[in-house]
Ligand binder design. Structure first.
Ligand code: NIG
Ligand code: FE
Length: 397
């Protein structure tokens, strides 16, 4: 069955061939036709073809569904006290990961699955139509495998993060843990994952360990991505470029050489900025403007996790990126949609041109700018995923 969405006040296609020629490919007074879960046609309202069903969006802005390319949803337990302590002056150093590992290991599968279900519903209500999620709070073979098996029930974008930190029982034997991650743990996890990730940072894994684990992952058929430059500057960004990783995430601390390397690798490696983490750890803001001006491809993601960034709101991340990382509203919306799609190496999502998946969001607002202009306001009015709608709130534009 085909559906025509009519009276779109502003349609963001992310296709520069459409409309105003900008990266957002904006059409005004537009219509969009879907069929079989895909976009069939976009163009001016006056030329809209007929369809089996008509939906009048009454002048709303329609944007591609958000692509959250970095989240850690498989966990149990609560770390709100750690957050409160940070807001009273404690520093974030990743030490709290051990708290979540203990709670996750102690939880039944059903508790972990219910947690992912709850957060996936939050993401969806906030306009996210594709999300990635990682293991990394199990850190033992059986717990990493079950984390990924549960994650796979919710998304095909699953990431093996056995190298999140060295767990307590291996503290005297980090080499043994690195060999376990790159050996038996990887072999058990690879069938349930598309990606492999390492937290390459101060207090986590160094460059040699990261390279060893990611190369083993690639041999097992997993695609590399990295956490790097969150807590301190190191060689992680350049290693990501060297290994042709799809994305290097955080990039809070980057040197000029890192930025140059990322700009030269803009066809392969995206810099994914996670403003929820800087917000929740009171860290310095990465200079998104500097990255974009240098020619780096930037994505925005939530990093939703119980320690450093417990938000599922892409709209909140957009507002922070505009206010504090100096992205324009247009750049931030692109980074949260097309940028996320690039970070996941997906060309079927992240835009609204014919042939793409019919994944889009109707905003209770006349333009994409309102996502940053009205921070904290729930502007998502309807989410369409694979052509199917879930009306979120009966707002008027
Ligand atoms: O991306 N940096 C490493 N991992 C997570 C935080 C994990 C935690 O504190 O539980 C992140 O911010
Ligand atoms: Fe993360």
């Amino acid at each position: 069955m085909s559906v025509v969405y009519e009276n779109i006040g502003e349609l963001v296609t992310n296709d520069p061939e459409q409309g105003d020629g900008s990266a957002l490919g904006i059409l005004h007074d537009a219509a969009l036709v879907t069929s079989g879960g895909r976009v069939l046609w976009v163009g001016p309202q006056a030329c809209a073809p007929d369809a089996d069903r008509r939906v009048d969006v009454e002048g709303a802005c329609v944007i591609p569904g958000f692509v959250d390319s970095h989240a850690h949803l498989v966990f149990a337990g609560d770390r709100s006290a750690e957050f409160a302590a940070r807001m009273s002056g404690e520093e974030y150093d990743g030490g709290g990961i051990a708290t979540t590992v203990a709670a996750t290991r102690a939880a039944d599968d059903s508790v972990l699955a219910d947690n992912v279900d709850r957060l996936a519903a939050e993401l969806h209500r906030g306009g996210v139509t594709t999300f990635e999620t990682k293991s990394g709070y199990g850190l033992a073979i059986e717990h990493e495998v079950r984390s990924l098996r549960i994650a796979r029930q919710f998304t095909p974008e699953t990431t093996f993060l056995g190298a999140h930190v060295v767990p307590a029982e291996h503290r005297g034997d980090r080499d043994g843990y690195v060999r376990l991650v790159a050996g038996d743990m990887l072999a058990a996890c690879a069938p349930h994952a598309r990606w492999i990730d390492v937290f390459c940072d101060r207090g986590a894994f160094d460059i040699d360990e990261t390279r060893f684990i990611l190369e083993a992952g690639a041999q097992a058929g997993l695609l590399p991505r990295l956490h790097a430059g969150q807590l301190a500057h190191g060689g992680g960004v350049r290693l990501a470029v060297e290994l042709r990783a799809a994305s290097v995430d955080h990039c809070t601390h980057t040197s000029d050489l890192d930025v140059q390397a990322l700009a030269a690798a803009s066809d392969t490696t995206v810099a994914t900025l996670l403003p929820g983490a800087e917000f929740s750890t009171r860290a310095p803001w990465p200079d998104g403007r500097r990255l974009i001006d240098a020619g780096v491809v930037v994505a925005l993601a939530t990093d939703c996790n119980p320690g450093s960034s417990y938000t599922s709101s892409m709209a909140f991340c957009i507002a922070l990126a505009v206010r504090d990382m100096r992205l324009t509203p247009a750049e931030a919306v692109w980074a949260a949609t097309a940028g996320g799609a690039k970070a996941l190496r997906r060309d079927d999502i992240g835009g609204l041109s014919p042939g793409k998946r019919a994944d889009f969001v109707q905003l209770a607002a006349p333009s994409h700018i309102h996502l940053a202009y009205r921070p904290g306001v729930p502007l998502v009015r309807d989410v369409v995923k694979d052509g199917r709608s879930c009306r979120c709130e009966p707002h008027r534009v």
